[in-house]
Write a protein that binds this ligand. Structure first.
Ligand code: ZN
Length: 261
């Protein structure tokens, strides 16, 4: 059985869009001729469905040049070990993703949130190749420029292909961003820098790791960067904040012996 390819841009298929329903995180298939690669794979239990769609779109499974981890969060990479075994393709990711993936680190990968009774499996997987800022991943005649865009996690990567940016969990169409959580390596200062870099770049389209693909809106990206900048001085994000001005006020008021007004 054959499946008609529905590219969203030349050389780019997104598997949720292709399926016409939400399977999980966005899984991008970038292809040129018979050669292709995947950006993220999602949860383990959707790997078979995704591979079957790829087969039905007539991409030779043996021509998979790489499966890339945008970062080491369970909802993006739980299926990596399984697809690596199926396709025998090299798995690529940032050096800081290497250890959590190799050990299946349940905290860093978000597989376990004991306080919420969330316990997911995190099959271990070895990265075959480490990619970082300035590297280029080639598929056919296409060149994906690797950007290291930390903030959501320390290993977060983005990939530029001409006017497209596979932007990971940096920003979504509604201005939300990938979860900020100290336990899995979030850093708000880095996050703001990554957002500003995206705003300043001349890419036209953002292809995020969750939700709809959208045209880059500099005002939205700037508002989002400013919102995150405000978090740096708010208690809301705990140890991810750099200070809390209310405590300075409190110190002064204690010193002055001020009573509740
Ligand atoms: Zn995510």
């Amino acid at each position: 059985m054959m499946l008609e390819r529905k590219p969203i841009f030349p050389h780019v298929i997104e598997m949720n869009v292709q399926a016409g329903q939400r399977i999980g995180c966005n899984v991008y298939l970038v292809f040129d001729g018979p050669d292709w690669l995947l950006i993220d794979i999602g949860f383990e239990d959707t790997v078979d469905e995704i591979v079957e769609m790829i087969r039905q779109m007539d991409f030779p499974l043996s021509n998979c040049k790489a499966v890339i981890a945008t970062h080491a969060d369970v909802d993006h990479i739980q299926g990596l070990a399984k697809i690596k075994a199926l396709l025998k393709a090299p798995v690529l990711g940032h050096p800081l993703a290497k250890e959590p993936l190799a050990t299946g680190d349940p905290i860093k990968t978000y597989a376990e949130i004991p306080a919420q009774n969330i316990h997911m499996s995190m099959p271990t997987v070895a990265l075959d190749s480490l990619i970082d800022e300035g590297d280029v991943v080639e598929v056919g005649g296409l060149r994906l420029e690797v950007w290291h865009t930390p903030g959501h996690t320390d290993s977060q990567l983005s990939f530029r292909l001409g006017e497209l940016l596979f932007s990971g969990d940096n920003i979504y169409r509604d201005g939300c961003v990938g979860v900020i959580d100290a336990h899995h390596g979030s850093n708000i200062v880095d996050f703001v820098k990554s957002l500003k870099r995206i705003r300043q770049s001349d890419v036209k389209w953002l292809l995020p790791s969750h939700g709809p693909i959208f045209r880059k809106d500099n005002a939205l990206v700037e508002r989002t960067a400013q919102r995150l900048e405000s978090y740096l001085h708010m208690a809301d994000f705990g140890t991810c904040a750099i200070d809390w001005p209310l405590m300075d006020e409190f110190d002064r008021e204690l010193e002055e012996g001020l009573l509740p007004r």
